[in-house]
Write a protein that binds this ligand. Structure first.
Ligand code: NAP
Ligand code: MG
Length: 462
């Protein structure tokens, strides 16, 4: 147990204004592993002031120099990859191998991608008799969740730094330790004082103060739709821009020509990964009625393999929430074929890998984001029916299509109301825009589209 002091503001670790702390708990054994200061509006104000003061200098720094800092940051993260993985495993509970392969590796790749983009992006372009300058939007407030704790910070901080913005990050209360590690890495990379700031604290206190601060030009938020809606309302009052990465209820559409076993196995792995705490997880599997029972059998077998392999969910509240959804699935008449509401272990916030068959599109478990290792398998009659079901939620973040040939899968994917679709198990691409249709969000993260969120244009006419 370590008591961490201070918050990273204006290039140094400064004592918090108040005395309150947040206890960080290891979800595997429920032990307190550390404390961090619970920031207040006063700390947020100091951080925003530091960012505002640093903004003009960083905005005027040549993109090549910003790119060089980002390249060093990537290298520092790579050098500290083991420490990052261990930290995420301790505060999120994910198995160490997954922390290494995803929680540590993806942010390194994303930081690297923005080092390259900062160096190559056309921050100035000509159109007719005008020169258009792409200028930094200003001071960014980044409010992030716990499910991919470092990735979600880097997916905002790296493009913000590349664009020439200054930033204040409020990480999730459950995962502040890897955020502190990132602040150390930014410092080590030689990013000028005040360009990056970190305030740990509670959402309704520090998070809200940050979103409300008049010195912020853009609020970039990842988390629940409920909080996203609040933040958008606050920002609207001040006419400031928001970028929102919210919930999802993505469909994994298995067309009759697909390799069924592969599609089901990859589909189950996708949902169980990170204990189901992935906003883009394919939590609804859509199978043709002729292949339905075979798919259910395959999914049941596949889910059993994850019993000992998956980590816990992040905290007791999420465990209770997921259990509530499983009970609701049973109560609404879905057929439980794997897992169930009982916790598989006495200690730790574990949830059994759970699969429901005979799920109909109107059931709660087919509509709401559960954020746990719970898969719903739905039956469709024909392709039009599959499309109706796939598009039949308020969300539209991601999805998957499997078919015998790529063109058939692409034709279906083009009709889906969603921001990202994996074709026959396509790999994650850190340069591809990520973000939602409908209530899954506003704006895009990653790659060149993610960079554009942090820029605004000024045109000069000649
Ligand atoms: P959340 O409350 O939306 O948390 C996301 C971030 O917003 C955290 O940093 C949080 O701080 C902060 N926050 C909370 N209330 C705020 C407010 N009034 N003003 C400003 N910031 C605020 O999400 P959660 O409670 O961690 O999880 C609840 C559900 O959200 C999950 O079950 C899941 O369905 C969904 N979720 C989605 C994603 C995603 O990537 N789309 C990620 C996480 C969760 P605290 O950490 O102090 O609460
Ligand atoms: Mg919360």
């Amino acid at each position: 147990m370590k008591a961490h002091d201070g918050m990273y503001i204006g290039g140094a670790w400064r004592p918090a204004a108040g005395q309150d702390v947040i206890e960080v708990v290891n979800p595997v054994d429920e032990q307190v592993i550390g404390t961090v200061p619970a920031g207040t509006a006063e700390d947020v104000d100091a951080a925003v002031r530091a960012a505002r003061a640093a903004l003009p200098g960083w905005a005027a720094t040549p993109p090549a120099e910003r790119a060089a800092r980002l390249a060093v940051l990537r290298d520092v993260l790579a050098a500290r990859a083991d420490e990052i993985a261990e930290t995420v495993t301790a505060e999120l509970g994910s198995p160490l191998k997954f922390s290494q392969a995803v929680h540590a590796a993806v942010p390194i790749a994303v930081a690297g991608s923005y080092a390259e983009l900062a160096a190559t992006y056309a921050f100035e372009e000509k159109t007719g008799n005008s020169v258009v300058h792409h200028e930094p939007i200003g001071v960014v407030a980044a409010i992030t969740p716990w499910n991919y704790p470092l990735h979600q910070i880097v997916a905002k901080a790296a493009p913000a730094l590349a664009a020439g913005c200054a930033i204040v990050v409020k990480p999730a209360e459950d995962t502040p330790l890897v955020a502190r590690l990132f602040a150390e890495a930014v410092h080590e990379a030689g990013v000028p004082a005040g360009v990056f700031n970190l305030v740990t604290g509670l959402g309704p206190v520090a998070g809200q103060a940050l979103a409300e601060h008049p010195g912020v030009d853009l609020v970039s938020f990842t988390g629940s739709t409920a909080v996203g809606r609040r933040i958008a309302a606050i920002a609207a009052g001040q006419v400031k821009k928001v970028a929102l990465e919210l919930g999802g209820k993505s469909a994994n559409v298995i067309l009759p020509t697909a390799d069924l076993a592969k599609a089901v196995n990859v589909g189950v792995a996708n949902v169980m990964s990170n204990s189901g705490q992935t906003c883009s997880a394919w939590t609804r599997m859509l199978v043709h009625r002729d292949q339905y029972e075979e798919a259910v059998g395959l999914a049941t077998t596949a889910a059993a393999k994850y019993g000992e392999r998956i980590g816990p969910v992040v905290n007791a509240k999420q465990q209770a929430r997921v259990r509530g959804y499983i009970e609701k699935g049973v109560a609404e008449g879905a057929r439980l074929v794997a897992g169930g509401p009982e916790a598989p272990r006495e200690t730790g916030y574990f949830v059994s890998p759970t699969v429901f068959a005979d799920v109909t599109p109107d059931m709660t478990i087919a509509q709401e984001e559960i954020f746990g290792p719970v898969l719903s398998i739905l039956r469709y009659e024909d392709e039009e029916d599959a499309l109706r079901i796939a598009n039949g939620t308020v969300y539209g973040l991601a999805g998957a299509v499997w078919a015998g040939d790529e063109a058939e899968a692409v034709a279906f994917a083009r009709r889906m109301e969603t921001g990202q679709v994996d074709i026959n198990g396509g790999r994650f691409n850190p340069l591809a825009p990520f973000g939602g249709y409908k209530q899954s969000g506003v704006g895009r993260e990653l790659g060149v589209h993610g960079l554009a969120e942090y820029l605004q244009t000024k045109s000069l006419q000649f």
